[in-house]
Design a protein around this ligand. Structure first.
Ligand code: SAH
Ligand code: SF4
Ligand code: F3S
Length: 449
C-alpha cells in the first residue's frame, strides 16, 4: 500500500476536520499519511487536488452541511478536486453520500482511514471507493510513525469508540465499540511527539477514562497508570485527558490528580442534565448524587481543579422542574467552563422516537438561561485567578507587538507581553486581569523556563 510516493509528487491536499478533538487527531494522521504518499499540503481547499472532509454527525443538520460543503468545492470551470468524505457522517450515511453527491470519489469511515491511499488510487481508476469497515486490525499500526509537529501541544488518541449508548447519541454507531490502544504503542507515540518538540499531550478518547491496558511488566493498569508512566518522560511537561464519563472516574484516577504534578488541574466531566429522571431516560447510568460525589472527591485531592462539562437541554420529556434541576447541578458544581447544546434528534437513536419531543422555542429559551448561568460561572472562575502566580505554555502569537498567548494549567487562554520569548517556551506569570474567555498576565521573569 505504501508504495511509490513519487507518483503523487506535485499533487496537493487539504484536510478539513469538524467536530471533536478525536476528529482533529484523525485529520492530522490522515495529513501525515498523505504527506508520506508524496502529497503536499495546500493552505486552502480551493487550490487542492485532493480534499478530505473529515465530518462530524453529532448535531442537527450535520449531513446537510456536508452536502453543501461538497457543493462549494466546485470550481469556476465546473471541475472538482478529488473529494474524500471521512469521519462520522461518512460512517452514518455511507454509499448514500456518493449517490447524492456524484462528485464524491471516496467515502471512508473513522476506523478505515489508514486505507485512504488505496481508496484514492481506486477512485483515480474511476471507481467509487467506499470503505466503512471497522476492521479488527488496528489502523494505527498501518499509519506512518509520528514525528511531532510545529506546535508545542499535541493530541494522542488512546481510546476509541463507546459502549455506553446514551439514548441521544450517534457515537457508538459511528465509532464502534470501545477499544484501548496498547500501552507500548502509546508510549512510543508520546516519545516521538516529545522528541519532535511537544511539551503538552492531551490524551483523547470518547470515554478516555475507560482506557485500560498492561504496562511493560504485564500488570493491568488504567488511565492513571498510563498517565503516571507518561509523567516520567523528560521533556513532557504537561498531561491532560478528555472526555471522561463519570462512571469511569476510578479511585486511582482521582488520586492521580493529587499526586502527579504534570497532570494539569482540569477535568472535563460531562453530566448532560441535572434530573435523575432525565439521566435515566438518557441511559447515562450515573445519578446526580454520584456525579457530585466524584466532583467532591476530585476537589478534595486537588482543590484548585477547574471543572468543565457538557449539557443538553430539551431532551424528550424535560419539564421545567427537570430543567431547574439542571440549573441546580450547575450551581452545585461551579464550572470553570462548559459546552451546552439544544437536544438534537439523531436518526437511528432511541431518543429520536421518544414521546415528549420539546419545541424548538422552548429549547432555545432554556439554553439561553443555562448559558447565562454558565457564562457567569466562567467569568467568576477567571476573576478568582487574578493575582495568582502560575505558569503558561506559550502556544501562539497575539495581536499586539511582543504578545504571546499561552494556556494556564486551568486551560485558560492567557495573554502576556514577553518580547524575549517564543512559542513553545514556558513562562512564570502573575494573572492580572480576567475577561469572559481569557485572562491577562504579566511575566515574572524573562528567562526561558
Ligand atoms: N463521550 C462524551 C462526549 C460525546 S459527544 C460524553 O459522554 O460526554 C460531545 C457532546 O455532544 C456530549 O457530551 C453531548 O453534550 C453532546 N451531544 C451528543 N449527542 C447530542 C444530541 N443528540 N443532541 C445534543 N447534544 C448532543
Ligand atoms: Fe455518546 Fe454517551 Fe458514549 Fe458519550 S458516553 S460518546 S454521550 S453514547
Ligand atoms: Fe462528531 Fe464523531 Fe466526534 S460524531 S463529535 S466527530 S466522534
Amino acid at each position: 500500500m505504501k508504495s511509490d510516493s513519487s507518483k503523487n509528487s506535485g499533487k496537493t491536499f487539504h484536510v478539513k476536520s469538524f467536530g471533536c478533538q478525536m476528529n482533529v487527531y484523525d485529520g492530522e494522521r490522515m495529513a501525515e499519511m498523505l504527506g508520506a504518499e508524496g502529497y503536499v499540503p495546500a493552505a486552502d481547499s480551493a487550490d487542492a487536488d485532493l480534499v478530505v472532509l473529515n465530518t462530524c454527525h453529532i448535531r442537527e443538520r450535520a449531513a446537510e452541511k456536508v452536502y453543501s460543503d461538497i457543493g462549494r468545492l466546485k470550481r469556476a470551470d465546473g471541475s472538482t478536486p478529488t473529494i474524500a468524505v471521512a469521519g462520522c457522517v461518512a460512517q452514518a450515511e455511507g454509499a448514500e453520500i456518493a449517490r447524492r453527491a456524484p462528485s464524491v470519489d471516496v467515502v471512508v469511515g473513522p476506523q478505515a482511514y489508514h486505507r485512504l491511499p488505496d481508496l484514492i488510487a481506486r477512485a483515480e481508476r474511476g471507481e467509487k471507493a467506499i470503505d466503512l469497515d471497522m476492521p479488527l486490525e488496528s489502523k494505527f499500526g498501518a499509519l506512518p510513525k509520528r514525528a511531532g509537529g510545529q506546535r508545542p501541544t499535541a493530541f494522542l488518541t488512546v481510546q476509541e469508540g463507546c459502549d455506553k449508548f446514551c439514548t441521544y447519541c450517534v457515537v457508538p454507531y459511528t465509532r464502534g465499540a470501545e477499544i484501548s490502544r496498547p500501552f507500548a504503542e502509546l508510549i512510543a507515540e508520546a516519545r516521538a511527539l516529545v522528541a519532535g518538540g511537544v511539551r503538552e499531550i492531551t490524551l483523547l478518547g470518547q470515554n478516555v477514562n475507560a482506557w485500560d491496558g498492561e504496562d511493560e511488566r504485564g500488570r493491568a493498569i488504567g488511565l492513571d497508570g498510563l498517565i503516571r508512566e507518561l509523567a516520567r518522560e523528560d521533556g513532557l511537561e504537561r498531561i491532560r485527558y478528555t472526555t471522561s464519563h463519570p462512571n469511569d472516574m476510578t479511585d486511582g484516577l482521582i488520586a492521580a490528580h493529587g499526586e502527579i504534578d504534570k497532570l494539569m488541574p482540569f477535568l472535563h466531566l460531562p453530566v448532560q442534565a441535572g434530573s435523575d429522571r432525565i439521566l435515566a431516560a438518557m441511559n447515562r447510568s450515573h445519578s446526580v448524587e454520584s456525579y457530585l460525589k466524584v466532583i467532591e472527591r476530585v476537589r478534595a485531592v486537588r482543590p484548585d481543579i477547574a471543572v468543565s462539562g457538557d449539557f443538553i437541554v430539551g431532551f424528550p420529556g424535560e419539564t421545567e422542574a427537570d430543567f431547574q434541576a439542571t440549573l441546580d447541578i450547575v450551581r452545585a458544581t461551579n464550572y470553570a467552563m462548559a459546552y451546552s447544546f439544544k437536544y438534537s434528534r439523531r436518526p437511528g437513536t432511541p431518543a429520536a422516537t421518544m414521546d415528549g419531543q420539546i419545541a424548538e422555542e422552548l429549547m432555545h429559551e432554556r439554553l439561553q438561561r443555562l448559558q447565562a448561568l454558565l457564562n457567569e460561572q466562567q467569568q467568576t472562575f477567571n476573576a478568582a485567578t487574578v493575582g495568582r502566580t502560575t505558569r503558561l505554555l506559550l502556544e501562539r502569537k497575539g495581536k499586539l507587538e511582543g504578545q504571546l498567548i499561552g494556556k494556564s494549567p486551568w486551560l485558560q487562554s492567557a495573554h502576556v507581553i514577553a518580547p524575549g520569548l517564543k512559542i513553545g517556551d514556558m513562562v512564570d506569570v502573575r494573572i492580572t486581569s480576567a475577561g469572559a474567555n481569557s485572562v491577562g498576565a504579566e511575566a515574572l521573569t524573562e528567562e526561558v523556563a
